[in-house]
Design a protein around this ligand. Structure first.
Ligand SMILES: Nc1ncnc2c1ncn2[C@@H]1O[C@H](COP(=O)(O)OP(=O)(O)OP(=O)(O)O)[C@@H](O)[C@H]1O
Ligand code: SF4
Ligand SMILES: [Mg+2]
Length: 332
C-alpha cells in the first residue's frame, strides 16, 4: 500500500474519487471527484435520488466495483494508507476485516444451501484464523447480539423472516470486527416495523463497537435518528454535506431543500411523499454546468455553463453558485 499525502486522523479519506462505467465501448463518468472524510465512530448518510451514484461510491470504497467499472481518478485511504480499490485480490485482506458491507437484499447475499451459523462462522475462520469450534461459538454470540436466539443458527435462510435475514447480514458484517460498516439501503426491503428495529439495532451496535457507519438511503426521514452527518449526491457528485441538524434546518443547496420539502409531514397536513419535478440525469444525458440546472428553481445563467465547486460553508460544504464566492457580475 502507498502512503497517502493527507492527515492520518480520519479513519477513511476519499480524495477526488472518480469512477467510469464502460457501456458499449464508451466510458461514461458515474462518480466525479467525490471527496470526503469519515472519522472513527462517525455515522454519515449518503442520500440522493436513484442513479445519483451512492452505491457506486460505496462499492468503490469497499473495492467491490462491477467488472465494467474503472477508477478513473482519485484515491481512498484507510488509516492513512492508500487502498488498492481497483484490485479485487489486493483488497481481500482489508474487506470484512476493516470495512464491511450490508447489502439490501439479504436473500440474494446469503447462501441458500448453508445453515446461517456456518455462513457467519466462515469469515471468522478465513479472516481471523479461528478454529471451526471457536468460529461457531463466535457466530452464536453474534446471532444473540443481533437479537436472534443462538439456537436458530441451524436454520437455512429461507426459514427466517426478512427482518431476521437482515439481522444475519448485520451479524456477518460484524464477524471480523471491522471499523467501518457500509449499509446500502439495509432496510429498504423491509416493512416499517422491521425497518425501525433494524435501524435501532445499527445505532446500538455502532455505539457499542465505536463503528464508523456509511448509511446509504433514498429516505431522508431515516437519517435524523441514525446519523451525525449527511452527504447529498446528485449526478455522481457530492452537492452538499453537513451536520444533520444544519442540513434539516437550513439546507443551502436547492436540491437538498427540495429533497427535505418532499418528506411527508403529517403535522403540516402533508401526508404523501412529493417528487421533485423533472427527471434525474442519466450517465448518457448529463446537463452542462451544474447538473441540477434543468430542475433548479433558482438557476442563473452561469449555472448552465460552469460546474460549481464544493466549497466549505459553515460546518459543511456546498456546490452551488448561489453560495459561491463569485461576484454578482460573474453569475449573470
Ligand atoms: N454496472 C453498471 N454499468 C453501467 N452503468 C451503471 C452500472 N452500475 C450503475 N450504473 C449507472 O451508474 C449511475 C450510478 O448508479 P448507482 O447504482 O451508483 O446509483 P444509486 O444512487 O445507488 O441508485 P439507487 O438509489 O437506484 O440504488 C446510474 O446512472 C446507473 O445507471
Ligand atoms: S448552481 Fe445554479 S442550478 Fe445549480 S443548484 Fe445552484 S442555483 Fe441551482
Ligand atoms: Mg444504489
Amino acid at each position: 500500500m502507498n502512503i497517502c499525502q493527507k492527515s492520518t486522523d480520519p479513519i477513511l479519506s476519499v480524495q477526488g474519487l472518480s469512477v467510469d462505467y464502460s457501456v458499449k465501448g464508451a466510458s461514461l463518468p458515474a462518480i466525479r471527484k467525490a471527496s470526503f472524510e469519515l472519522r472513527a465512530g462517525e455515522a454519515v448518510a449518503l442520500v440522493g435520488e436513484s442513479g445519483s451514484g451512492k452505491t457506486t461510491t460505496a462499492m468503490a470504497i469497499a473495492g467491490l466495483l462491477s467488472p465494467n467499472a474503472r477508477v478513473s481518478g482519485g484515491q481512498v485511504c484507510y488509516r492513512g494508507a492508500r487502498l488498492p480499490i481497483d484490485d479485487d485480490a489486493a483488497m481481500r485482506p482489508h474487506r470484512w476485516k476493516e470495512t464491511s458491507v450490508i447489502f439490501q437484499g439479504a436473500m440474494n447475499a446469503l447462501n441458500p444451501v448453508h445453515r446461517i451459523v456456518k455462513q457467519i462462522a466462515e469469515p471468522c475462520m478465513l479472516k481471523l484464523g479461528m478454529s471451526r469450534e471457536e468460529a461457531t461459538a463466535r457466530a452464536r454470540e453474534l446471532l444473540e447480539l443481533v437479537g436472534i436466539p443462538a439456537d436458530r443458527g441451524s436454520a437455512y435462510p429461507h426459514e427466517l423472516s426478512g427482518g431476521m435475514r437482515q439481522r444475519v447480514m448485520i451479524a456477518m458484517a460484524l464477524a471480523c470486527r471491522p471499523s467501518i460498516i457500509i449499509g446500502d439501503e439495509p432496510t429498504t426491503a423491509l416493512d416499517v416495523i422491521n425497518q425501525a428495529q433494524i435501524l435501532k439495532l445499527l445505532v446500538k451496535l455502532r455505539s457499542k463497537f465505536n463503528l464508523a457507519l456509511i448509511l446509504i438511503t433514498h429516505d431522508l426521514s431515516v437519517v435524523a435518528e441514525t446519523c451525525d452527518r449527511v452527504m447529498i449526491m446528485y449526478a455522481g457528485g457530492i452537492v452538499e454535506d453537513g451536520p444533520v441538524a444544519d442540513i434539516f434546518n437550513a439546507p443551502k443547496h436547492p436540491y437538498t431543500r427540495l429533497l427535505i420539502e418532499s418528506i411527508p409531514d403529517p403535522a403540516k397536513g402533508k401526508r404523501v411523499l412529493c417528487a421533485i419535478p423533472g427527471d434525474p440525469p442519466t450517465l448518457l444525458r448529463r446537463p452542462s454546468g451544474c447538473a441540477f440546472h434543468t430542475r433548479c428553481p433558482s438557476a442563473m445563467p452561469i449555472c448552465t455553463t460552469q460546474v460549481p465547486e464544493l466549497d466549505e460553508r459553515g460546518q459543511g460544504r456546498v456546490a452551488c453558485h448561489l453560495h459561491s464566492s463569485l461576484t454578482h457580475a460573474d453569475k449573470v
